[in-house]
Design a protein around this ligand. Structure first.
Ligand code: PLP
Length: 279
């Protein structure tokens, strides 16, 4: 692969960052993952807007102009012949001798690389377990401190399942790397309201907009695992999984473990719309 590090393109074997990088020592950095369909970027504007917000919340700015950033995304897609997959972007505060205080004038580190992956293949439903949400309190900032969700995903794997839904104060926050939804018997889509407790998913925003256009009823509020187990359907959304059905929650199958029509329809329409709108 050709990757991008601090202004240069290079083979991945040659790419390095300092051992003093605060991304490495303090997880002092933010990231974005943007889907690529037909060699084009999906929901790019949303990802850049969230990136700027994440940086701002941590008193950082953008190390390169927005024109350059788009150019780097496109150049990496071209150099790696990426048709379908993801573009990973990470910006850290940069390298300085280890100190809890933010350095005054460290040069930020910016890294981008591609990941080829099939995004449009038909999905079998996920089986999820619930685990306590032990993450920090600013999950609306997309930081690279992903150990808690990584552990939650390992717990799912150890249980022979696909993913975990994290639970705080009795209510589901979100999946390890996705936003969580249930569909009630009345056909209403329920997903947790935005706050500092969850990441404000770009796919979530796009899918809720689609749902409204399709006259599907949506309610943004927290829900419990017990309520989810009584739902007729569940699903998750994320940039590289689009709308992915969930068919089992803590060993309880929803609708006999069959992938549901709401998730299937939203996924199809979201892919169609993304193909049209990708840049
Ligand atoms: N929630 C968490 C914790 C995530 O890590 C992610 C994506 O990685 C999402 C939700 C979904 O966000 P998006 O749709 O912007 O990919």
């Amino acid at each position: 692969r050709t990757v991008y590090v601090n202004g240069s393109y290079m083979p991945e074997e040659n790419a390095t960052v300092s051992i003093f990088d605060r991304g490495f020592l303090f997880a002092d950095g933010v990231y974005e993952v943007t889907a690529v369909l037909d060699g084009k970027l999906v929901d790019y504007a949303g990802h850049v807007t969230r990136l700027e917000r994440s940086l701002g919340e941590l008193q950082m700015g953008m190390p390169i102009s927005s024109e350059e950033l788009l150019e780097v995304h496109r150049e990496l897609i071209k150099r790696n012949n990426l048709e379908e997959g993801a573009l990973y972007l990470q910006i850290t505060r940069g390298a300085e001798d280890r100190n809890f205080l933010f350095p005054k004038d460290a040069k930020q580190t910016i890294v981008l690389f591609t990941q080829a992956k099939s995004l449009t293949a038909e999905k079998s439903g996920l089986r999820v377990i619930s685990v306590p949400d032990i993450r920090w309190g600013r999950r609306d900032i997309k930081t690279v401190q992903l150990l808690a969700p990584s552990m939650a995903k390992m717990m799912a794997k150890a249980a022979g399942k696909d993913d975990s839904w994290m639970v705080q104060d009795g209510f589901v926050t979100e999946g390890t790397s996705n936003n969580a939804y249930i569909v009630t018997k009345e056909g209403k889509i329920i997903t947790r309201n935005l706050s500092t407790s969850i990441l404000h998913g770009i796919t979530r925003a796009a899918v809720l907009k689609l749902a409204a256009e399709l006259d599907m009823e949506v309610e943004e509020r927290p829900f419990t695992i017990e309520e989810a187990q009584q739902a007729v359907e569940a699903f998750v959304t994320a940039a590289t999984s689009f709308v992915c059905p969930v068919v089992e929650i803590d060993n309880v199958e929803l609708s006999g473990g069959k992938v549901g029509p709401v998730a299937t329809r939203l996924n199809q329409i979201y892919i169609e719309e993304s193909r049209k709108a990708a840049i």
